[in-house]
Design a protein around this ligand. Structure first.
Ligand code: CA
Length: 226
């Protein structure tokens, strides 16, 4: 599940990013409205968390432009001002929900989960490859009827591989999508995570789902890796 955070205050943005990442979401951060709109239109997100007070283009303008571009991505508004007019304005502009700053992170997380679930009702919530099934809402992975426990990072990694099934994903792409880091050749974080994931989903099964494409990256498909 990918979330775009549009927030001009770095401290607030990193607080959101950290909490959402720990909760298993993959996040991107845009620091102003124009960047946020560009990403929200050009990329696929499950949710946009949109601050109202932004430099340049404000949150309402971003939301209107997003809806005008035909994007129905759910939007959770963050407003520092709790006047009723702001709430009405936000909801009239097509926001799905709003939160008044300051808020407790648990409250935000609850709203995020509701919005993602509501939107997910229109999208497949189960990803499959071979005899492996991944339930994105219950955050459960089952292979051949056996429940497999994954860490939040392993879950995000498997979700990325399954969403882009059949596609070879480079280590740098995986690092940027799952760890939100730019690839550094000295780090073997992706290799280590793939090894751990394999130990859980592939080692005990005859048919391997994760395949290494030498010199390129990894792919998940039904073709046996042997
Ligand atoms: Ca702001």
């Amino acid at each position: 599940m990918r979330i775009l955070i549009v927030e001009d205050e770095p401290a607030a943005a990193s607080y959101l990013k950290k909490g959402l990442t720990e909760a298993g979401f993959v996040t991107d951060w845009a620091k102003d409205g124009a960047d946020g709109l560009h990403l929200a239109v050009g990329e696929e997100y499950d949710l946009v968390i949109l601050d109202v007070m932004l430099p340049g283009m404000n949150g309402w303008e971003v939301l209107r432009a997003l809806r005008a571009a035909g994007r129905e991505t759910p939007v959770l508004f963050l407003t520092a001002r709790d006047q009723i007019e702001d709430r009405v304005k936000g909801l009239e502009s097509g926001a799905d929900d709003y939160l008044v700053k300051p808020f407790a992170f648990a409250e935000l997380l609850a709203r995020v989960r509701i919005l993602v679930r509501r939107a997910g009702a229109k999208q497949p919530v189960t990803l499959r490859v071979g005899d492996l099934e991944m339930d994105l809402l219950r955050r459960r992975v089952v292979r051949a009827g056996r429940r497999i426990d994954l860490t939040a990072k392993e879950f995000a990694l498997l979700e990325l591989l399954l969403r882009r099934q059949g596609e070879v994903l480079t280590r740098s792409l995986i690092a940027s999508q799952v760890w939100d880091i730019n690839f550094d050749s000295d780090t073997n974080v992706v290799e280590v995570a793939i090894r751990r994931l394999r130990a859980k989903i592939d080692d005990e099964f005859a048919t391997k789902l994760i395949r290494t494409v030498r010199g390129m990256g990894y792919v998940v498909d039904e073709q046996d890796a042997g």
